[in-house]
Design a protein around this ligand. Structure first.
Ligand code: ZN
Length: 440
């Protein structure tokens, strides 16, 4: 085992507080952490491993803040249906899910992990059922994850007790694991999670020091419930209940007015924009410019690939930029540098990991990706900045290397912890089993 691993590349994009870019540059990895980052080359000792990455660009791995990994099971199978409406969710998606089981979650999570590793995501936030099965597969993949146990209750007391108890068992199991951790995932407060359930979810999150990963303000359904029942907006009611003291990842945060934006900005509330899923569901863009102006840390996610349909966060950055600019009719509404920050350090901070990941800095965990700048789509290098290239010119297919905790998950586009052929085969087995069950 070499003492240190020295990565040398033509470009190192750090995303540190001064946005340093070194050319040529190096990143030194010792065990699971970054020992040094800088310009030029690092003095290697005989016991060190030096990895020459040539024309590559090194940068922090991307953070996907809204995902439902097993839903790859039905990728492309909800065409023409808006999954952002209760009708689409209940009558289409839940119909598929009623025939799915935990074995399918085990069979499909690895290919989702493989696609994330392949396209440069090193950390993701998930919200789904069968979380214990997802947890096992994510651990095997080597990715970093924050997995929220998804809870849908719909006023049913039996499912309330069952889901709370399963959620607690999962949180208990994931305790102490720093790479793959457990959160609470109420699908949507007030919409399919009752007031009684919400109060118990708050207690659970506090007990396990976990955050909430929810859907919020997707189509104003929370306000439609809260205004007649409590005489105030959902955000105000969440403040009154103490929910907002707990960190919240809130996909999709579309229908929030200015008053609630200012209220939410006082709390650890992180709106997640998943632009492809929103656009494919026929929904408008979230008010990202207003939220960022109020001080909210808006982050990015792909949502489920059932209708988003890709895990490529480079593509998602570009789509987000275009959608924000289009909504505001203002080319300066968001910059490429803002978008790369949202997908790296911003996402890390939203997951409570800002001091551990999200930038290439001494002492942080070694979550690093490399992109091949001699690939098509990059040039010219003399006039563009790297943020523009990363957001609008290239895709995740330029990623050649992915590392988490100092361990290679992909080298020269070859997966190291997963077998793509087996992952693909298992997805076909799971989906064909699901379709056969539905046909019976
Ligand atoms: Zn979602």
């Amino acid at each position: 085992m070499p003492e240190k691993m020295i990565l040398e590349a033509k470009y190192v994009l750090t995303m540190d507080s001064d946005y340093h870019i070194y050319s040529p540059g190096f990143v030194v990895v010792q065990d699971e952490r970054i020992l040094a980052v800088g310009e030029g080359s690092y003095p290697a000792e005989p016991s060190d491993e030096v990895v020459q990455l040539g024309n590559k660009l090194l940068m922090p791995g991307l953070v996907n803040c809204h995902n439902h990994t097993p839903m790859i099971l039905t990728r492309g199978m909800c065409e023409g249906v808006s999954l952002f409406t209760m009708d689409g969710f209940i009558n289409t998606l839940r119909r598929y899910e009623s025939f799915a089981d935990e074995k399918m979650a085990s069979l499909t999570t690895p290919i989702s992990c493989a696609e994330m590793i392949r396209t440069g995501t090193t950390c993701f936030a998930d919200q789904y059922f069968y979380t214990d099965k997802i947890y096992e597969q994510v651990k095997k993949s080597g990715l970093r994850g924050v997995l929220a146990y998804g809870i849908v209750e719909l006023g049913d007391a039996v499912s309330r007790e069952r889901e709370l108890s399963r959620c607690e068992s999962f949180l208990e199991m994931a305790q102490g694991n720093t790479r793959v951790s457990g959160w609470v995932g109420p699908h949507a407060f007030f919409v399919d999670n009752s007031l009684e359930l919400i109060q118990r979810e708050i207690a659970l999150a506090k007990k396990y020091n976990a955050g909430f990963h929810i859907h919020f303000a997707t189509s104003n359904e929370e306000n439609d419930y809260c205004l007649p029942h409590f005489g105030c907006s959902a955000a105000k009611k969440m403040e009154e209940l103490g929910i907002l003291e707990i960190p919240i990842l809130a996909a999709h945060s579309i229908t929030i007015d200015q008053e609630d934006i200012e209220l939410l900005a006082k709390y650890p509330f992180y709106p997640v924009m998943a632009p492809s899923a929103a656009m494919r569901s026929g929904f408008p863009a979230a008010p990202v410019k207003a939220m960022r102006s109020a001080g909210l840390n808006v982050v990015l996610g792909t949502d489920n690939v059932c209708n988003s349909n890709s895990y490529d966060m480079f593509g998602e950055m570009g789509t987000a930029g275009k959608l924000i600019i289009h909504r505001e009719q203002d080319v300066q509404a968001i910059t490429p540098k803002d978008l790369v920050t949202m997908a790296t350090l911003g996402g890390a901070k939203a997951l409570g990991k800002g001091s551990e990941i999200g930038s290439l800095e001494m002492g942080k965990m070694a979550d690093i990706i490399a992109l091949d700048t001699s690939d098509i789509g990059w040039g010219p290098f003399c006039g563009q900045d790297f943020y523009t290239q990363l957001v609008y010119s290239v895709s995740g297919m330029s990623v050649t290397h992915t590392m988490v905790d100092g361990v290679w998950l992909m080298k020269e586009k070859l997966l190291q912890t997963l077998d793509m052929e087996e992952c693909s085969k298992n997805l076909e087995i799971a989906t064909s089993t699901l379709l056969e069950r539905m046909a019976d």
